[in-house]
Design a protein around this ligand. Structure first.
Ligand code: ATP
Ligand SMILES: O=C(O)[C@@H](O)C(=O)CO
Length: 421
């Protein structure tokens, strides 16, 4: 094992695992911190999926340190702390406090801060994070219910979360190559800087940065920064060339989709699936509370559909409807009601023969994976940037794709199946 990754949410973990897999590292993902003595399949990289993005700081730090210990014990030579490409966090954390604790544990002199992910429109210039054509604080992230992002300066955002000084490697330096970036790291470290925001607009920039951080003990960022890491291990003679599978062998069984994501991207994907004739049932949080709908009924409906076409169970709704439900139930109860129902439904569906499952939404994915009792995922081919098919390696015999709310093309639910054999 060469690289250990600590991811602060479930879909973020599959995102970075895909990036590593595509770049030639055999990668597995554990759900939560591996237990001491838990057997891990042979892999070049292990990604630990935590649920530490929005929980209390002390819990996030403790879980991340536990993950770090497990990864070091498994042989990790470098640790990547993966957070969201939109730097989802609050002034209290959790990115700064977790990075501080990991840096201290690893004795890391300097760590980069690089959420850039050009394939999904996240770029950094002069330390400002952009989502597509607009700065982060003008994107839909400004209204995120848990981590509203109202500033785009990564230097200010990170500075608010750590006592360490934060510096910048600007774009001109990145364009000058890995040597220039390393020289800048040394100069900044000499000035007492502990975190360096790195500009990056393209994949080529991420490859330069990857080369420049070869000897850093700790890296922090989005999945993009993982792109340039395998080359370092290959150059050091530690990683053989690996073939990347274009498809995934899937167990026989029915296909289905569960969506609790209310993002614009997911709602567009649902509209396309319904238009294409997928049998679809809308799950209503109020009906779940009243008992009119429950996991048994949802699973029975899904299993009664013709098995050739994927069924779609979705609670996804537009922001006004979600706000109305949240007013009635409270935000937390609304979310938990839906998550709990989908977790139970997923278990019933698996028992009923569903073996190919697409799940949309980070929280929803966490709940479904828990409901299915999945411990370990092996990473398969890319459906769209940031979203792979995965095969369950500990737990049930099934393949599952966990889609981050904002990711995927409009035809995501239609085209994903073609990658399975
Ligand atoms: N109709 C609804 N009304 C209120 N809450 C809902 C409704 N449907 C889903 N939810 C809740 O909204 C939350 C959606 O979060 P989730 O992380 O699954 O999706 P996302 O935010 O789009 O994805 P990501 O975190 O990957 O960006 C969940 O807690 C879910 O249970
Ligand atoms: O980096 C991203 O945008 C995603 O992997 C993610 O973290 C979604 O929650």
């Amino acid at each position: 094992m060469l690289l250990g990754v600590i991811a602060d949410d479930m879909t973020g973990a599959t995102d970075v695992a895909l990036m590593l897999n595509r770049s030639g590292m055999r990668t597995v993902q554990t759900i939560g911190v591996p237990r001491p003595g838990q057997a891990l399949p042979e892999a070049d990289a292990v990604v630990v999926a935590l649920k530490s993005r929005t929980n209390p700081v002390a819990e996030a730090v403790a879980d991340s340190l536990a993950a770090c210990e497990a990864l070091l014990a498994a042989g990790a030579k470098q640790i990547l702390f993966k957070y969201c490409s939109t730097f989802d966090s609050t002034p209290a954390g959790n990115i700064g406090p977790v990075a501080d604790a990991l840096a201290q544990r690893l004795g890391a002199g300097l760590a980069i801060v690089c959420p850039a992910f050009p394939a999904n429109g996240r770029s950094i210039y002069q330390g400002y994070l952009f989502v597509g054509a607009v700065p982060l604080h003008e994107s839909s992230m400004k209204d995120h219910p848990l981590t509203p992002m109202r500033d785009s300066s990564l230097i200010r955002l990170m500075s608010a979360q750590t006592t360490g000084a934060v510096g910048l490697v600007d774009y001109a330096t990145v364009l000058a190559g890995a040597g220039a970036v390393k020289a800048r790291f040394t100069a900044l470290a000499d000035q007492g800087v502990r975190y360096v925001v790195t500009d990056a607009l393209t994949n080529a920039d991420l490859m330069v940065l990857g080369e420049a951080v070869a000897d850093h003990k700790l890296l922090t960022g989005g999945s993009g920064i993982a792109m340039g890491l395998p080359q370092n291990f290959r150059r050091a003679g530690l990683l053989p060339e690996r073939e990347i599978a274009a498809s995934l062998a899937a167990p026989k069984g029915r296909p289905g989709i569960i969506s609790g994501s209310c993002s614009t991207a997911t709602r567009g994907q649902i509209a396309k699936a319904i238009e294409a004739g997928f049998p679809a049932l809308k799950v209503d949080p109020m009906a779940l509370v009243s008992g009119e709908q429950d996991a048994g009924k949802l699973a029975a409906w899904a299993l009664a559909q013709a098995p050739e076409t994927p069924f779609l169970l979705y609670s996804s709704d537009d922001p006004a409807e979600v706000a109305a439900i949240q007013d009635k139930l409270g935000r937390e109860r609304a979310g938990e009601t839906v998550e709990h129902a989908f977790a139970q439904t997923a278990a019933l569906l698996a028992e009923g023969g569903v073996s190919r499952l697409l799940v949309a939404g980070g929280e929803t994915s966490g709940a479904v994976v828990q409901g299915l009792g999945i411990g370990l995922l092996e990473i398969g081919p890319e459906i769209d940037p940031g979203v792979p098919w995965t095969r369950v390696a500990q737990g049930r015999d099934m393949v599952i794709a966990l889609k981050s709310g904002n990711f995927g093309a409009p035809d995501f639910f239609l085209k994903a199946w073609a990658l399975l054999r």
